[in-house]
Design a protein around this ligand. Structure first.
Ligand code: C5P
Ligand code: MG
Length: 165
């Protein structure tokens, strides 16, 4: 029973409009030959942004807008890896015995096909969170043509730890 008392579900989402000629970066990986990429203040990495929100939500620590206001010029073009690193640091400070059990993510995007990049995205996220590959599930869906100019990430995580009181 004690084991379950320390478990927390976290969930996060992020979406962006897509613009022609912009780089498409997902989970820290630049997708080759994409006709478009997110229109965003930062590098527009929806997977990292949704992951950061998922991590924060598990311990009710708000969301990334609280720590990285999009209005601040400092965050223009910010590498999303920096966001994850700062969120990770915050969790280490606020949560004792902090660990990640597993992660499940879905990216919704019509074009390009992401399947060929699945293993490289999975490996990058696994290395970042210090997880084995079988604890990092990455799925892709199209919008069935309903939102061709749109990208969305949804991420759930299972975490363990106790908020320091
Ligand atoms: O959305 P739909 O069910 O038609 O997607 C079918 C499959 O296409 C997905 O299960 C996924 O493996 C793949 N896919 C992909 N890249 C995308 C969207 C979907 O590889 N951008
Ligand atoms: Mg389908």
């Amino acid at each position: 029973m004690k084991e379950f008392q320390s478990q927390r579900i976290g969930y996060g989402e992020d979406a962006h409009a897509l613009g022609a000629g912009r780089p498409l970066i997902i989970g820290g990986i630049t997708i080759p030959d994409s006709p478009h990429g997110p229109v965003a203040h930062s590098d527009g990495d929806v997977l990292f942004h949704a992951l950061a929100d998922a991590l924060l939500s598990a311990f009710a620590l708000g969301d990334i807008g609280l720590y990285f206001p999009p209005s601040q010029a400092e965050f223009k073009g910010l590498d999303s890896l920096v966001i994850i690193e700062r969120v990770w640091q915050l969790l280490l400070e606020q949560v004792s015995d902090f660990s990640v059990v597993n992660l499940a993510a879905v990216i919704t995007l019509d074009q390009p096909k992401l399947g060929p990049q699945r293993s490289v995205i999975q490996a990058n996220v696994a290395e970042l969170l210090n997880l084995p590959l079988d604890r990092v599930g990455i799925g892709f869906k199209t919008s069935e043509g309903l939102s061709p100019q749109h990208i969305q990430a949804r991420v759930s995580v299972l975490l363990r730890g106790h908020l320091r009181g």
